[in-house]
Ligand binder design. Structure first.
Ligand code: SF4
Length: 302
């Protein structure tokens, strides 16, 4: 019997096949999809499960009020979006592993949908018991590593050896990527970060130019230029990606769907249950009964 594992998404770009186990994406861009067949969901949803985090990074943009999402609500949103063509959900925060039902949530979403389940973590709450419990429910994981060695230890106030151990634990769960905030402290360590990513078996280095917050001004113009230059000239052993930051059109990073509208590509739910265009957006739409109604409202307000 032929086992069909591919999930299909219809968009203005064509017909998109996706396999969460291998991570394979195939886009048939010569197919014109009629407007009424276009998938209603964004391709990818990120969800801040909680604002809680025990670290105190100066450039953190997570809201500082206590908020945490109910697991039944998140599972219901995932089921709704899955049926409407969403390909993946990524849990973050705050620190998602600080959510008391994090492991259960990953398992329930993996069981009840065909979407890829991913999460981003600082890694310091991972134990062999947690990673054993996550295995089979997670399809990709991202480890936040801002700088290497002493720089990491100064910014995160945790031993660098601990994040190396966390990388090993995560790698036993699923393919991994490394996320790195780029700012004045880390701009000189991009070669070291890409070497670290390769050493720990990551397949991707996602660079996050620091965003302005009440506490920090964000990446300077000079450091943004250095970042663009590095991305254009570096020959890393891992794939490079960059967050939505205004710099993405200037660098040769991977673009999954060329020309895709941002609201078709991605939306974000904060820990209070408000759907936003992305994690840094100041405005959004509270999710009531249906997340697809909120998706529609966000698109109409854009
Ligand atoms: S690890 Fe992430 S969520 Fe926690 S304080 Fe640092 S930037 Fe914020």
């Amino acid at each position: 019997m032929l086992l069909v594992r591919y999930k299909v998404r219809m968009s203005e770009a064509g017909v998109h096949f996706f396999d969460r186990l291998s991570g394979l994406n195939v886009l048939l861009d010569e197919v014109k999809v009629p407007a009424e067949r276009i998938s209603r969901a964004p391709r990818y949803l990120s969800v801040a499960l909680t604002n809680a985090c025990e670290l105190r990074c100066a450039y953190c943009y997570a809201p500082k009020h206590a908020s945490s999402l109910d697991v039944d609500r998140v599972v219901a949103w995932a089921v709704e979006l899955d049926a409407a063509g969403c390909l993946g959900v990524g849990f973050g925060g705050g620190e998602p592993t600080a959510h008391r039902q994090f492991v259960e949530l990953c398992a329930r979403v993996a069981e009840s949908t065909s979407m890829a389940v991913t999460f981003t973590t600082h890694g310091h709450r991972l134990t062999p018991a947690v990673t054993d419990a996550l295995r089979g429910s997670v399809h990709f994981a991202r480890l936040s590593v801002d700088g290497v060695g002493p720089t990491y230890e100064r910014l995160r106030r945790r031993p660098f050896a601990a994040v190396i151990s966390a990388a090993g634990l995560l790698r036993s769960v699923a393919p991994i990527g490394i996320n790195a905030v780029v700012n004045a402290d880390t701009i000189g360590e991009l070669d070291d970060l890409s070497a670290f990513a390769a050493d720990v078996g990551a397949s991707e280095l996602l660079l996050l130019p620091e965003q302005p917050t009440a506490a920090t001004p964000g990446i300077s113009d000079a450091d943004a230029e250095r970042l663009v230059h590095w991305m254009r000239t570096a020959r890393p052993q891992v794939r490079l990606a960059i967050s939505r930051s205004g710099l993405e059109s200037l660098v040769p990073a991977v673009e999954v769907i060329p020309g895709e509208h941002p609201l078709d590509a991605h939306m974000h739910v904060d820990a209070a249950g408000v759907l936003r265009p992305h994690a840094y957006a100041s405005a959004g739409t509270p999710i009531e009964d249906s997340i697809l109604d909120a998706v529609q409202a966000l698109r109409e307000a854009a």
